[in-house]
Design a protein around this ligand. Sequence first.
Ligand code: X8Z
Ligand code: ZN
Length: 605
Amino acid sequence: MKKISILMVATILFYACGSNNNENSNKGLQDSVQAFLDSYNQKYTELNVIANEASWLTQIKIIEGDSTNAIANNKAQEELAVFTGSAINIETATNYLKQQEKLAELQVKQLKAIIYKAANNPETVGDLVKERIKAETEQTEKLFGFDFKIDGKSVSTNKIDAILGEELNLVKRQKAWESSKEVGKGLKKGLANLRDLRNKTVQGLGYKDYFEYQVSDYGMTTQEMIDMLQQFNKELYPLFRELHTFARYELAKKYKVNEVPDLIPAHWLPNRWGQDWSSLVDVEGINLDSALKTKDAEWIVKQGERFYVSLGFPELPKSFYEKSDLYPLAADAGYKKNNHASAWHMDYNQDVRSLMSVEPNSEWYETSHHELGHIYYYLCYSNPDVPVLLREGANRAYHEALGSMMGMAAMQKPFMENLNLIPKGTKTDEMKTLLKEALNYVVFIPFSTGTMSMFEHELYSNNLPMDEYNKRWWELAAQYQGIAPPAVRGEEYCDAATKTHINDDAAQYYDYALSYILLFQVHDHISKNILKQDPHATNYYGNKEVGKFISEIMTPGASADWRKLLKEKTGSELSAKAMLDYFMPLMDYLKKENANRKYTLPTLN
Ligand code: X8Z
Ligand code: ZN
C-alpha cells in the first residue's frame, strides 16, 4: 500500500477546505443574488401588468379629445420606468456582475437584462424619461387616432389596402396612396422630438445613441449589424433586380402605361410602403383570397389556432378570445383603434392577447399566423424554468420569425389542399407560385435591411436633420427598393412616419429582416430533416415532430444564447443560404422573362 505523507494530507485538506469555502461563499453570494432577482422579478411583473393593461387600453380605444387612457398609461409607464431605471437596482446589479464568474449563468443573464432595461430609463435622467413616455403616448394616439380620408370621406386602412390591392385606375390608386401618407405630416415634429429624447435617455448609461442601444440587445455593435444587413441585401440583390425589372414591365402593362418607368411609382404597388408585391401575380388554381371569401374573420384566427394545436401546441387560453381585440371596428364606432397587428404578453404568464383588424383575406390569414406565433412563443416560455426577466425571444428576430414561418407554411399548396382551401390534385404553375412568394419575401429584404433600417440608423446615429427626413426617405427607397413617389413629396410630409414601427417600435426594424433570413433557415431544416419534403411544397399540418422542434426553440426564451441555439437546432450560423437556395430556380425563369428589358435598379454602393 502506498503511504500518504503528512504533507500530502495537509495539501488535500487545504484544497478541500479551500474549495469548500469557495463553494460556501459562492452559495452565499448566489443566494443573495437570487433573493434580489426574485424580488425584482416580482415587482417587475406587478408593474408591467398595470402598465400593459393601461397601454392596451390606449390602443384599442382612441377617443378624440378624451385623454383618460393616455393619462393613466403615462402614469403606469412612469412607475415602471422609475423601478427599472432606479439607481439602486442598477448599482446592485452592477456590483453583483463584478463577481459574475461565481454566479449561475441564468443569474448573470438576468442581471444583464436588468441593466439593459435600466438603460432605457435611467433615474439620473428621470425627467427626460417622463417626457419621452408622454411624447410616445401622444405619437401613438396621433398615428392611430388619425382619420384617413379619400375625397373627404373617412376610410379604414383595410379599405386603403384593398384599393391598392385591386384598383386598376391610377388616379384612384394615387388618391388612396396619398391619403395613406397624410398622417405623416402631423407626426414629423413628434418623431424629431422622440429621436432626441430616445437618444438622450440611453446616453444616460453610456450608449452612443438609441440605435446602438437597440442593436446591443443582439450582442452586436451598430457596425456589425449594418454590415450584416448589407451583406444579406447584397446576397439577395441579383434576385431582387430581376423581380424589380419584371414588376416594372408587368405593372406598366397592367395599368396600360406605354413608357416603363425606371423607378416604380409607389402608388402602382399593392402595399403602402412597397414592402410586399405578392398580389401582383395570380397563380391559376390557387386563389387563397377567393377561398377565404367564403369564410369569416373568426375562421381565420381559429384556423391559425387549429394549425398550432395540430402540431401539439395547447389550445389558446379562453381569456385570449375574451380579452383580445381581433376584428375591425364598425365604421360608426365613434372611436379608433390601432390598425396594425400586434401580440401582447400582459402578465408574463397566461394572459396573452392580440390586437388585429382581421378580415377574411390572404394578408390577414398570414398575419394571424404571425401573431399566433408570438402568442405561442409567450406561452412556451411562461414556465418555471424561465424567469420573468428572460421571458423574451432568444433574440427579437426569433420572436418575429417563427410565426412568419407558420404563415408561409400555411400558404404552401399541399397544406392548402389538406385544408380544402384548394381542391386536391389541383394542377398549378410552380414557377408562378415561387414568383409570388419571392414578391413577398425577397422584396421585403431591401425594404427592411435598406430603406427602414438605414433611415433609422441615420435618424438616431447620425442625427438626420428634420428638414431632410422626406428627402432622405425617398433617396433610400429609390436606392434600395427602386421605387419613387407619384409626385414630389416635400418636407411638409413625413412619409417615414406613416410606418408604424418608425413611431412605436423604434430602431428595431432589422428584426424583421433577420426574421425572414432565419425563417427560411428553420423552414429548410424542418422540410428536409423532419418532414423529408421539398421546402417549396410542404405540409406541416398535424406533424408533432415539427411542433416539438418549434416548441424547443421557443421554450427557453431568452435564457438561450441565440447563436448557440441556431447552431444546435439547424446546424448552421445565421445565413441567407436557405433563402437563396429556395428562390434559386426563379433566376433562370426571370432572366428569360426579362430578356430585352432594361434593368434600372440602382447598383449597390
Ligand atoms: O409589423 C409586423 C407584425 C407585427 S407583430 C404584424 N410585421 C412587419 C410589418 O408589418 O411591417 C410582420 C412582417 C413585417
Ligand atoms: Zn410580429
